[in-house]
Design a protein around this ligand. Structure first.
Ligand code: 5AD
Ligand code: SF4
Length: 464
């Protein structure tokens, strides 16, 4: 057992950018450092250590971090003893270059090296700057109990795997987060149970590609796992559908969500598991990226337009009430007007409830950066993105209007930003619902009949 280091009594401020995985990682980092005596603060001005957990997914994500480093530089002018650390994906991508280019930065730590943070911070105190960006094939931080940095204490992310093996041609993730590895299911289930016992009502199981979750064990005595005979070797394996089921069984009062699904791997088995348990939310985020089979092939996504449509039809058939969202990227090298139209028509076909929409941004080292010319002009990318956003606005409105008159069970998350007399929460489909406060409290489940909607929100009244 590690003993808190009583010599450290410093205040730590963590700022997080990027995806849910980074949010979860910051909670692991907070746990590692709290164990060593650091106090977490939400006030940057009282921090002795600032860590910024970074994202490299698009050029503009990195630009934002450079902007923040300028701000930290100003803070450090008045407080030279302040330690600044860059952690996460941009740390992994730029490595020592970050120290060379930015004198404000004292330490640079990649996503698989967070256990080294205490010693790197210790070294930084002596004036030495340090880098650890070693990627691991095994690290899942399975034994670390994350310190929740969220405010509402209702909903938490639980990381089930790390890294990615897909190598989509545009994507930096495999380079900055390393190879895919699944986390021990027992540690995942224990973390979820602990959260439930602390009063959490919702967990989101996260990984770059949850459908390829696969835990292999040689241990015959693990009752959690089903037997499998392969190549004469008796072993045990647990796939995502089974993990999902075990998580759902912890309590019907605990909602289970997950992200991100991959169209090439999303199995009917997962959909049937979702259908079987009312507490597994009816919401699937299924990034399409493009509606053109030709572009999908260039992206090395591993599926065609038709395959994707088939997966959507399976969702519609097995989970008719499910909401579906997606990621769309426009302006990939070689994308023609015809390809763009195919993306728009796929969006219409699916009738997405929600989309995250991006312009292609060339990332160094990726296959696309090495082999494909970023040949769609900025003007064309902008115009296509606007068309995609406009279409999604229509689809989102359609999706909300279709909910008028329906009754949903809503998990209350907080007080509405617009009115202290109203609460907000989400339904199973992940749509935000606003309703009168009455005597309800954060964390309650409330049945709401939808009476109105705006472009982003459903509005309703409680029903018995
Ligand atoms: N440029 C633009 N968007 C990207 N994404 C991933 N890589 C890039 C890139 N190079 C988008 C994809 C992915 C989401 C997380 O970010 O749509 O699903
Ligand atoms: Fe998350 Fe990818 Fe950004 Fe890293 S680069 S924070 S994995 S979105």
């Amino acid at each position: 057992m590690s003993v808190p280091n009583s010599e450290v009594s410093q205040k730590l401020y963590i700022e997080t950018y990027g995806c849910q995985m980074n949010v979860a990682d910051s909670e692991v980092v907070a746990s590692i450092l709290k164990e060593k005596g650091y106090d977490i603060t939400e006030n940057i001005n009282e921090a002795d250590v600032i860590l910024v957990n970074t994202c490299s997914i698009r050029e503009n994500a990195e630009q934002r971090i450079w902007g923040r480093l300028d701000v930290f530089k100003q803070i450090k002018k008045n407080k030279p003893e302040l330690t600044v650390g860059v952690i996460g994906c941009m740390a992994e991508r730029l490595k020592e270059k970050l120290l060379e280019e930015e004198k404000t930065v004292d330490i640079v730590v990649g996503p698989d090296a967070y256990r080294e943070l205490p010693s790197l911070l210790e070294t930084a105190e002596t004036g030495q700057r340090g880098v650890n960006v070693i990627l691991s094939k095994e690290e899942t931080y399975a034994d670390i109990s994350p310190i929740r940095l969220d405010k509402n204490r209702i909903s938490a992310f639980v990381s089930i795997m790390r890294g990615c093996n897909n190598m989509c041609s545009y994507c930096i993730v495999p380079y900055v987060r390393g190879a895919e590895r699944s986390r021990n299911p027992e540690s995942i289930l224990k973390e979820i149970e602990d959260l439930f016992n602390k009063g959490y009502k919702e967990v989101t199981l996260i990984g770059q590609n949850v459908d390829s979750y696969n835990w292999e064990s040689e241990n015959e005595n693990l009752p959690a796992l089903s037997s499998r005979q392969e190549g004469g070797r008796q072993g045990k394996s647990l796939k995502f559908a089974q993990l999902l089921e075990k998580a759902a069984k912890i309590s019907p009062k605990l909602r289970i969500r997950f992200s991100t699904s991959h169209p090439k791997d999303m199995s009917d088995e997962v959909l049937y598991t979702m259908a079987m348990y009312g507490n597994i939310c009816n919401y699937i985020h299924l990034p399409a990226q493009s509606g053109s089979t030709k572009v999908l092939a260039e992206m090395k996504r591993g599926y065609t337009r038709e395959w994707y449509m088939n997966r959507i039809m399976a969702i519609r058939q097995i989970l008719p009430d499910s909401a579906i969202s997606t990621d769309i990227m426009t302006g990939f090298p070689g994308e023609t007007e015809e390809d763009h139209q195919e993306t728009l028509s796929l969006m219409e076909f699916v009738n997405y409830d929600f989309s995250y929409m991006f312009k292609y941004s060339e990332r160094p080292k990726t296959y696309a950066a090495r082999h494909l010319k970023d040949d769609v002009s900025e003007g064309t990318k902008s115009r296509r993105l606007t068309e995609i956003i406009n279409l999604q606005s229509q689809l989102s409105e359609r999706s909300k209007k279709a909910d008028l008159g329906k009754v949903f069970e809503v998990l209350v998350e907080g007080i509405s930003k617009k009115s202290s007399e109203h609460l907000f929460g989400r339904n199973s489909q992940n749509k935000v619902v606003v309703f009168p406060k009455n005597d309800f409290a954060i964390g309650d489940y409330v049945f709401i009949e939808i009476t109105e909607c705006t472009s982003a929100t459903l509005i309703g009244i409680p029903v018995k």
